[in-house]
Design a protein around this ligand. Structure first.
Ligand SMILES: [Zn+2]
Length: 125
């Protein structure tokens, strides 16, 4: 068991280490909604075992919860209509994944109007 915990801690430490670079990339704003409060690095599902910048985001508490499927008030997530066009791949992937579970008229309309690079589409599944 101790080994599993050590591995978890090493993983968390590696993610925290990315924080500095992510902050620079994100200019200390949430990479999904632009908020400045409570930012922390978070992994986007589908990446390699060890956290890397290409599969991580700097995100605020609301966006981190949404990435875990805890949507809260979905009408507060309309910034995703813009975030889904992000050139930053992990931001686009996270935004589209959240939109796909929001299931509101505006989110369905947004996804219908979205063009996704086939390469990104493949990563989403
Ligand atoms: Zn956010």
């Amino acid at each position: 068991m101790a080994k599993g915990r050590d591995a978890h801690q090493a993983h968390q430490a590696a993610l925290a280490d990315l924080g500095r670079n992510l902050s620079r990339r994100a200019r200390s704003r949430c990479e999904l909604c632009g908020d400045r409060e409570g930012l922390r690095p978070v992994e986007v599902d589908g990446g390699p075992e060890d956290p890397i910048e290409d599969w991580a985001l700097l995100a605020c508490p609301r966006c981190r919860s949404a990435m875990e499927g805890k949507l809260g008030d979905a009408s507060a997530l309309r910034f995703l209509e813009e975030a889904m066009w992000a050139e930053l791949r992990p931001a686009q992937i996270a935004a589209v994944r959240i939109l796909r579970v929001v299931d509101m008229p505006w989110s369905i309309a947004a996804l219908e109007g979205l063009y996704l690079d086939p390469e990104v589409e493949a990563l989403l599944n």
